[in-house]
Design a protein around this ligand. Structure first.
Ligand SMILES: O=C(CO)[C@H](O)[C@H](O)COP(=O)(O)O
Length: 222
């Protein structure tokens, strides 16, 4: 098994019959959903889920998860998601797949939030560019404010489409480099105070991280 499969398998064990899940996005979550689908089929489990992207929506349907929403379930039992970088205090940078806003919503709506990732993503200090979802109307204003904060901005483009990547919410994604982030919580809050920013990819609400390497898993708890 590779590292994504190792952590996905561990996370699948945490799912119980009747649970309502917050479902993250990304390639690690794709493996998780595939393995959860196998369990659902084999054990006849009833699992409900709120997906955080169209990617995970399709995969969850395929896995036999019943898709529900936050109108019906305002509180979810468990959220499982991947991450791009994780520090020793379990703060994360997420949003490599551009799904950060809905990911943060389902993570905050959940009683327990668990991140699964390859151990190579574990770092001393968060330092990669922070994905930031921005309302297109506010783009120029937001870039100026981010530059005033010392950030170096790059509008996310490409992935088979000309021009900017458009999020599942119809917005732009800016990847903003702040180098090493000394105080993730403070930066998370300051970014969200800028009008036009919908959400940013700093997550300080993780309860547990399951890290996978070729030597096995490590579980880190807050
Ligand atoms: O935040 C995310 C998507 O917005 C993903 O969880 C993150 O990018 C990790 O992805 P992967 O499991 O493919 O490495």
């Amino acid at each position: 098994m590779n590292e994504k499969e190792i952590v996905a398998e561990e996370a699948v064990k945490l799912v119980e019959d009747g649970m309502v899940l917050g479902i993250g996005s990304g390639t690690t979550i794709a493996v998780f959903l595939e393995k959860l689908g196998e369990r659902i089929k084999k054990e006849g489990l009833e699992v409900y889920g709120v997906p955080s992207s169209y990617q995970s929506h399709f995969l969850a349907l395929k896995a036999g998860i019943r898709i529900v929403d936050l109108f019906e379930y305002s509180e979810l039992d468990l959220c499982i998601d991947g991450a791009d970088q994780i520090d020793k205090n379990l703060n994360c940078i997420k949003g490599g797949g551009g799904a950060l806003t809905r990911e943060k919503i389902v993570s905050q709506a959940s009683k327990r939030f668990i991140v699964i990732a390859e151990e190579r993503k574990f770092v001393d200090k968060l330092s990669m560019p922070v994905p930031i979802e921005v309302i297109p109307f506010a783009y120029g204003h937001v870039v100026r404010k981010l530059q005033e904060m010392g950030g170096i901005c790059k509008l996310r483009e490409g992935s088979g489409k000309l021009g900017p990547v458009i999020s599942d919410n119809g917005n732009f994604i800016i990847d903003c480099n702040f180098d090493e982030i000394e105080n993730p919580k403070e930066l998370e809050l300051s970014l969200n105070a800028i009008a036009g920013i919908v959400e940013n990819g700093i997550f300080c609400n993780v309860d547990e991280v399951i890290l996978g390497s070729k030597d096995g898993i490590k579980i880190l708890k807050r």
